[in-house]
Structures are given as C-alpha cells and as structure tokens.
Design a protein around this ligand. Structure first.
Ligand code: MN
Length: 186
C-alpha cells in the first residue's frame, strides 16, 4: 500500500506549493524536522523519518526542554521526505492553509538498540536522540490510551534545560532565518 496515499489524497497539487517528492537530501542519516505551522490553530509539526517517509505529529504547544512537561502530540498523515525542506504559504482554502516555517531540522538516532524504530512505533513508545540546531538530546514519544494521541517528553539528560524555551525565544526558520510574519509577505 502506498504510504503517502493519504498525504496525496488530502492535497490539490495545482493549488498548494507543498512538495510531492520523496527524496531525502541529507546524507548523514535519518532526519527529523519540526515545522512551525501557522494554520487556523498555530502548532508545531514534528516529523521523523521512518521506512522512507516522515511519520508526523502535530504538537499544539511545541516541544519542551523540561522533562517534567508532557506535550500533546497528535499523529497526522505520513509526509514525503522532501517535505523536510518545505516552507511557504498554503492557500487559505486548501488543506492545512497557512504559513509553514522550518523551525528545526537535523538527524536522529534510535535509542533502543534491540528494537527498530518501526517496532517502537507499533508498541507506542519511541525513544530518539535528536541532533538539531535548537533541540538536542533524548526525547520520548509515548502513545496514550486515546487514538492518535501521543505525548512528547524530554528525557533527563545533559541537554534538558528547564530555563530555555526555544519555542518562544527562537522563532526563526533554520533555513531562511525568517519569522512566520516575514515568510507570509512572500
Ligand atoms: Mn500542520
């Protein structure tokens, strides 16, 4: 089955500037991206490469560096790998209408050495080490009892930081250096 079927079905590629290509252009390893998405509700889309696509979760409050804060992460449809470099504006009437900014990006490692990422996903507990520009260190994604609802939690390691809050203090794109407002003008 085409894993990107739902992604394609939801979009009209004549109208949206979003990519359809499924190529990763980072050779270092599996990638992750966090896209700030100023849609009807502002949220942060967290995407992790798994089996040739980007597994995706929408996080209303964005990630936290504080291990005692659990952030709701709602699973959404798989996205193509090429989406990791997408920023721009989706027309208002289209699916996901609003502005998308690449808030953080990098590579990651699966922290479970005896279990593949896909198995972890199926079991509902993913543990990864992120190497991004804003986020680093261990993060856990754990499935709750409610369908599609997960929690993103910072692990207790030397990258945890209760004082730093990049969601509010580092709003710019790691690709263009622009803010949502500046991207909207284009
Ligand atoms: Mn979104």
């Amino acid at each position: 089955m085409d894993k990107l079927g739902e992604y394609i079905k939801k979009r009209d590629f004549e109208k949206t500037p979003e990519p359809g290509d499924n190529k990763r252009n980072d050779t270092r390893g599996p990638i992750f991206v966090i896209q700030k998405h100023s849609a009807s509700n502002l949220h942060y889309d967290f995407r992790l490469e798994m089996n040739g696509v980007l597994k995706s979760w929408a996080i209303p409050k964005g990630p936290s560096l504080n291990p005692s804060e659990k952030r709701l992460a709602i699973e959404t449809e798989d996205h193509p790998l090429g989406y990791a470099n997408f920023e721009g504006t989706i027309p208002e009437k289209e699916y996901g209408g609003g502005t998308v900014l690449v808030w953080d990006k990098g590579v990651f490692k699966n922290l479970k050495d005896k279990m593949s990422l896909e198995e972890s996903y199926k079991k509902g507990q993913i543990e990864v080490w992120l190497e991004g520009e804003k986020l680093e260190g261990g993060y856990v994604l754990v499935k709750t009892g409610r369908e599609d609802h997960w929690l993103l939690i910072k692990m207790k390691d030397d990258k945890a930081d209760r004082r730093r809050n990049p969601v509010s203090t580092e709003p710019k794109s790691v690709i263009s250096g622009k803010t949502i407002k500046e991207l909207k003008k284009n």
